[in-house]
Design a protein around this ligand. Structure first.
Ligand SMILES: Cc1cc2nc3c(=O)[nH]c(=O)nc-3n(C[C@H](O)[C@H](O)[C@H](O)COP(=O)(O)O)c2cc1C
Length: 435
């Protein structure tokens, strides 16, 4: 199976920074990220992934003073620096199709690919956080359908720019004075609905043909774009049934788009709390849950469902939510939890805060791998995007306890397959459109 590590300064649990073993200053401590990357590489992870938003306000204003990732590091710069401390692991980060330009995005990832010898990947996002627009001179986000239309053209332009130069376009002939071969340079001249880009890109062809395209949308438009263009998809599923439905749907759309199913790896998020005994694992999980600040739990949930739950009683079921409060695939999931079994507000935010709606496992290495194996072998995924609850233990436990059990069962590599991220993921090297 393929494994990604979803990095976040102190961990994915919103309370992670308060854990006694966590480095609360992790977000400004580059050495911390070096250790994280090197541990992931020791565990033979396919890639390291840094998400990104173009605003600090990823949660409700009422609780912003309790969130540890409101201010940390810009991922592209961070990954470029980490590349010098790693040899094999893929380095993937987010760039937004709503607020950036295709030329600069194509350039940055092509450069990261050169720096790393072919280990870069771009997580294409349309940006779902309404506060981001306010940092770019806009009052509001574009409507979702339009955001995806723009994303489609954006990806098309970036990929075309990555084909600007053939692999052998630079003879660099000192005797003749000819540096590049004009016949191997391709000027794009793109004129579309949203972008006008002449090209060519001023960065040579990527060592892996093109950087890997990653996506994480789950709506109808998101799935369709992924089926047509993505090579890795991150997704959030709390239970195996919805993961299977998603997997079958996206792979089915690939068939219709004429793509080989094995050319896209679907990786649901996975939160693991593992220990040699189940009792120890439960205790670890509970310790962290108890550090969750109620105001933060409520704020996080409120933002996800698009309805402010501040002031509602914590130990009673949720009020009926207005119809239009559902804003995304994950808010639908939360709404489903709220309706089934009528949990209290406290129970609901505790459940959501632990893994933000991703698949969550607490147990021994054998119990954890049993569940991972079931998902992997029964059409729910091609691997996982691992979200450690807190660093460093959440990652070191996974590498030291879960990875050996996966390897023992023949489910995971025992050495890296090759130097590029495509080699490691088992993806083909794309041919240039001009070949
Ligand atoms: C694992 C994972 C990582 C994501 N990373 C980002 C990110 O870095 N930046 C961002 O704006 N959105 C991120 N998203 C959100 C998705 O890109 C997408 O915008 C969101 O799921 C809403 O789109 P949808 O309605 O098509 O699902 C991520 C989602 C998942 C599941």
């Amino acid at each position: 199976m393929n494994l990604g590590l979803f990095i976040r300064p102190c961990g994915h649990n919103i309370a992670s920074w308060r854990h006694p073993n966590a480095a609360a200053d992790a977000g400004v401590n580059f050495q911390h990220f070096v250790e994280m990357a090197q541990t992931a590489e020791r565990g033979l992870f396919d890639m390291l992934f840094s998400a990104d938003t173009l605003s600090s306000w990823t949660t409700a204003e009422s609780a912003i003073d309790k969130v540890h990732y409101v201010a940390w590091m810009e991922p592209y710069t961070l990954l470029s620096a980490l590349s010098a401390y790693t040899k094999n692991i893929g380095l993937v980060c987010t760039a937004s199709t709503s607020f950036e330009q295709p030329y600069t995005v194509a350039r940055r990832f092509a450069t990261l690919d050169l720096i790393t010898g072919g280990r870069s990947g771009w997580n294409v996002v349309t940006s779902g956080n309404e506060t981001e627009a306010l940092n770019f001179g806009q009052e509001d986000h574009l409507p979702k359908v339009q955001r995806y239309r723009r994303a489609r053209e954006f990806v098309e332009v970036v990929r075309a720019l990555w084909d600007s130069w053939d692999e052998d376009a630079f003879p660099r002939n000192k005797a003749t004075g000819v540096f590049s071969d004009r016949s191997k340079m391709h000027v794009l001249n793109h004129h579309g609905e949203f972008y006008h880009v002449r090209g060519p890109l001023n960065v040579a062809r990527s060592p892996q043909g093109q950087p890997v395209i990653v996506q994480a949308g789950a709506s109808d438009d998101g799935r369709q774009l992924a089926a047509e263009t993505a090579e890795v998809v991150f997704t959030a599923h709390h239970v195996i049934d919805t993961a299977r439905e998603f997997y079958a749907d996206v792979k089915g759309r690939m068939d219709k788009a004429g793509r080989d199913r094995s050319h896209l790896k679907i990786l649901p998020g996975l939160s693991v709390t593992v220990a040699p005994t189940k009792e120890e694992a439960d205790k670890k999980f509970k310790t962290l849950q108890e550090l969750l600040h109620p105001e933060l739990g409520v704020a996080l949930l409120s933002r996800r469902i698009g309805f402010d739950l501040t002031g509602y009683p914590l130990d009673e079921p949720l009020p009926d939510l207005p119809e239009n409060s559902v804003v995304s695939s994950r808010s639908e999931m939360i709404k489903g939890w709220a309706e089934g079994g009528r949990p209290t507000l406290r129970q609901l935010y505790t459940k959501f805060a632990a893994a933000r709606g991703h698949f969550s496992l607490v147990g021994t290495p054998a119990q954890v791998v049993d569940a991972m194996e079931e998902w992997f072998t029964t059409g729910a995924c091609d691997g996982f995007n691992v979200l450690p609850q807190y660093y460093p233990d959440g990652l070191t436990d996974f590498v030291d306890l879960v990875v050996p059990e996966l390897q023992r069962r023949g489910l995971f590599r025992t050495a890296y397959e090759g130097p590029t991220l495509r080699d490691v993921l088992g993806l083909p090297k794309p041919e240039s459109r001009y070949a």
